[in-house]
Structures are given as structure tokens and as C-alpha cells.
Write a protein that binds this ligand. Structure first.
Ligand code: COA
Length: 130
């Protein structure tokens, strides 16, 4: 059964401006430890790839927060919601800490899709009750 759906569009230029203003502190606030390591490696090779990575993660987490019906309210928080990647390249939601505990206790499962173009990143998330 569908529990909730969520969507989000993120302006890549806003993310770029935040990174320029706050540096890696902004990325650290949004990304899990694993994502932050990926972001650091991508940014080192090509800064724009880092910005796009951050923008798609930002939009996927907001879409997930809407699909679970909480928005950015505890137990939802940026760093506890990770966007992982399966061997096929398909993104998946990997949760941590209190968010993982809450999500599993509700018997929920998530599906996420992300996309980006020059100035925007967008995501769609479906949460199922198993
Ligand atoms: C959900 C949230 C992350 C979206 O914020 P945003 O990126 O600034 O805004 P977006 O344009 O992407 O999305 C806004 C839409 O999210 C939806 N939304 C808001 N709260 C939601 C929730 N708890 N669950 C699902 N969807 C929600 C609404 O449809 C809203 O549109 P509306 O303002 O026209 O009603 C943010 O509103 C949030 O964290 N809300 C929870 C905390 C909160 O309510 N704070 C304010 C207290 S007064």
C-alpha cells in the first residue's frame, strides 16, 4: 500500500551559492558521512560534479521527507537520510539512527528517483507500507 509520495525541485545555483558562502560546512550539514566522502572525492576532481551531487541529494532528501509526511522534522533529518546507489546505478534510500528505527517500526519501504539539468535537480519518492 502507498504510504506517501514526495517530490522536490532544487535550484542548483542556490546550492552553488551556499557552497561558495559556507564551503564544506554546508555539505557536512546535508550529507551523511558516506555521502560526504563521495562529495569530497567528486569535488576534488571537478567542483561542478560536487555541486550537482549535492543538489540531487538535497532534492532527494526533501522528497523523502515529504513522502513520509514529516517534512524536515524529527526523526527526519538531513544526515540520517542517505541516498545510496545499487550496483545497477539505481539510487536507494539508506537510513540511519532514530530515523531508521522509526521508519522500520512503521513497516515502511522507500523508492526514489533523481534527475538534474543545467539549473535544476529534481527528485520523486514513493514510500510503501509493507
Ligand atoms: C516539507 C519541507 C521540507 C518543504 O520545504 P521547501 O523546500 O521550502 O518547500 P517546497 O516548495 O519544496 O515544498 C512545499 C510543499 O511541501 C508540502 N509539505 C509541507 N509539509 C509537508 C509534510 N509534512 N509532508 C509532506 N509534504 C509537506 C506542501 O505541499 C508544501 O506546499 P504548500 O506550501 O503550497 O502547501 C518543509 O516545508 C518542512 O520541513 N516542513 C516541516 C517543518 C515545518 O512545518 N516547519 C514550519 C513550521 S510553521
Amino acid at each position: 500500500m502507498i504510504y506517501g509520495i514526495g517530490t522536490d525541485i532544487c535550484d542548483v545555483r542556490r546550492i552553488r551559492a551556499s557552497v561558495e558562502r559556507h564551503g564544506e560546512r554546508f555539505a557536512q550539514k546535508i550529507l551523511s558521512d558516506v555521502e560526504f566522502a563521495t562529495w569530497t572525492a567528486r569535488s576534488a576532481r571537478w567542483p561542478e560534479r560536487g555541486i550537482r551531487y549535492l543538489a540531487t541529494r538535497f532534492s532527494a532528501k526533501e522528497a523523502f521527507s515529504k513522502a513520509i509526511g514529516l517534512g524536515m522534522r524529527l526523526p527526519m533529518s538531513w544526515r540520517l537520510c542517505e541516498v545510496g546507489k545499487l550496483a545497477s546505478g539505481k539510487p536507494c534510500i539508506v537510513l540511519h539512527g532514530g530515523l531508521k528505527t522509526w521508519f522500520e517500526s512503521q513497516g515502511l519501504s522507500a523508492h526514489v528517483s533523481v534527475t538534474d539539468e543545467t539549473d535544476y535537480a529534481a527528485s520523486f519518492c514513493v514510500v510503501e507500507k509493507i
